[in-house]
Structure formats: C-alpha cells, structure tokens
Design a binder for this molecule. Sequence first.
Ligand SMILES: Cc1cc2nc3c(=O)[nH]c(=O)nc-3n(C[C@H](O)[C@H](O)[C@H](O)COP(=O)(O)OP(=O)(O)OC[C@H]3O[C@@H](n4cnc5c(N)ncnc54)[C@H](O)[C@@H]3O)c2cc1C
Length: 336
Amino acid sequence: MKPIAFARAETVDQALAAVTARPNTVFLAGGTTLVDMLRIGAMEPDNVVDINRLPLTDLEHRPDGGLRIGAMVRMSEVAADPGVVERFPFLSIALAKGASAQIRNMASMGGNLMQRVRCPQFRDIAYACNKRVPGSGCGAQEGLHRGNAVLGTSEHCFAMHPSDMAVPLTALDAVVQVQGPRGTRAIAFDDFFLLPGDTPHLEHPITADELIVRIDVPPLPFARNSHYLKVRDRESYEFAAASAAVALELTDGAVRDVRIGLGGVATKPWRAKMAEALLIGKPATKENFAAAAATELAAADGSHEMNRFKIELAQRTMVRTLETVTAQITQRGGRK
Ligand SMILES: Cc1cc2nc3c(=O)[nH]c(=O)nc-3n(C[C@H](O)[C@H](O)[C@H](O)COP(=O)(O)OP(=O)(O)OC[C@H]3O[C@@H](n4cnc5c(N)ncnc54)[C@H](O)[C@@H]3O)c2cc1C
C-alpha cells in the first residue's frame, strides 16, 4: 500500500478546507468500505481526512413527521431508534439486515450511500473494470457476475448497487444534503445515484470536495405499513440477491398509495415506478402484485447466464413483500 497523508477534521469547514487544499483527498468515515478499497488498490488517494469528529450525529424526528439523519449517525443507531422502528419500519429492517453488528456500529449513513460495488472484477485489480479504470473494459461480461444487476445495466458496467438502506430511502423520496466550497445543495435521492451508461466511473453527481452532511426523509404517514424483505444466500453477513422495500396504503382492499424500492438487482437503488403506477386503484391481490412486478422487470437484462435468475427472483420478492404488508394491514383491521 502506498503512503497516505492523514488529517483529522473537527468541523465541517475544516474538512472542506482539508479536501480542497490538496488534490486526491478522500473523507474517512467508519472506514468499513474505504480501508478495504485502500488495501486492494481499487482507490488510491494521496490524503485521507477523518470526519468522525464532525458534529453530524443528530437523528431528529421533525414536527411534520419527517426525519433528519446526520451523515455521521451510525447504521445501528438508526436501525434501533424507536421512532424509526415505529414510523419507518422498512428502514429499520433494511439497516439491521446490512453487514454485521460490528460493521453497523462503525458504518455511517453518509458512508453507506457512497459505498462501492461488490462486483468481483471491480475488487480485483488483475481484471479489466470500466468503473475502476475508465475505458479498460468490463471483465464481468465473461467473468463472475452472479451478484450483478439486471436493471439499469449498460454494456460497460452491470455492477449491482449493494446498499440495503438505500432501498427504503428511494421509496421514501429521501433528499441528500451536501455541503462544499461553493455552498450547500439538496439532491433528490433518485438523482444521487447515476446509471452506469457510458461513464460507470461516475457514480454520484457530487465532486470530491463535497461532503454529505445529512439525509432528509420527508413525512410519509403510511410508511408505518411497510416491510423490507432481503433474499440472500445465507441469512447473515451477506448482500442481497434481491430485496424489496414496500410501503402501502389500502382503502377497502384496494391500493390507495404505494411505494416500492428494489435492491440487489439494479445498478442503483431502484424505484419501481411502473409497478407503483399500475397498482394504484387496483385491488390488493396476488395477481395484481404479480402483474405489476412483471411489468417492472419486463425490460430487465437477461443476457448474462449467471445472474438471469434475478429477473424471476426480483418479481417473487416484490410480490411477497406486497403480500406481507397487505397481511399486516389486514391484521390490524385497518383502512390504513
Ligand atoms: C463484510 C461487509 C459486508 C457488508 N454488508 C453490507 C450489507 O449487507 N448491506 C449494506 O448495505 N452494506 C453492507 N456493507 C457495506 C457497509 O454498509 C459500508 O461499508 C458502510 O456503510 C460504509 O460506511 P463507512 O462510514 O464505513 O464509510 P467509509 O468506508 O468511511 O467511506 C466509504 C466511502 O464514502 C465516502 N464518504 C464517507 N462519508 C462521506 C460523507 N459524509 N460525504 C462524502 N463522502 C463520504 C468515503 O470517502 C469513501 O469513499 C458491508 C461491508 C462489509 C465490509
């Protein structure tokens, strides 16, 4: 590993000054992604700025029912927060099903959004990877790609976005608040993750000198009726083969409103907007859920042998999650 200069910031201004003062500087939060990247040579910064002492650790329930989550709040804290458990259960479940207890205690919410893909070819510098070295090719096309994406793919990259918590956050229309030397800006969650297209090395619309300071979650009262289902090869310490985050509102057995996110199957946290649009106003039946899921996956990329199973798995995962939330609402005997 090459030598790297280290600095520790106490304030956001110090962190921004440190990152602008020297080129090729990155922020260090919990380090659970970054240290791996440094070890395997997939990221090669000259300088690291530790942001663990920044006062970005507040988890605030807003009077309007929304949430404000500081970028340095740890995953485990948000997962266990009683207000999150009650009002945004799918966010709590998704966080609790990510990684391991030790990693969740270290990993920050901001770092989770910026985590890097798990494609084996990205993580092994012996292979070509357009994301790691633009224009070098995609070793996954002929290599190991069982975990890769079937939605949002391009010929240059089909690495799967690995975050669990980002799946309910996309369903919630969260907003990423960013601060940099040119001021602050709010980025809609769906815009925060770029599709690979011709430029898979560009993953987010922020520059190296911009810091995520907060994630804002707008109020969504019917998110009380929500669930996150993560299907994976083993029940612990494993990324999703497919996952679904669903929040549902029913009136007299019909879908009044619905939010659906998909994970494990797409190159970015996937908002299933086609499925949502199809379901609104329809009876909450398995047949309608299956039709909506089939529509969402109709354009999925089935050109790779090892991960083709995800097209069916994603549909089943979405249907089962919709059924689970419907059953929860029915058990509560409500029109909620
Ligand atoms: C073995 C293992 C299993 C895992 N399993 C899962 C899983 O099942 N589900 C899941 O969702 N995740 C999983 N993860 C990923 C884990 O959640 C992330 O590593 C973690 O959330 C990253 O947060 P961090 O604070 O450690 O970030 P760091 O490692 O410190 O940083 C990650 C990246 O984000 C940048 N960064 C950090 N904070 C900011 C900020 N505020 N603004 C701008 N840039 C920033 C850093 O510069 C770096 O590039 C797993 C990780 C490991 C190692």
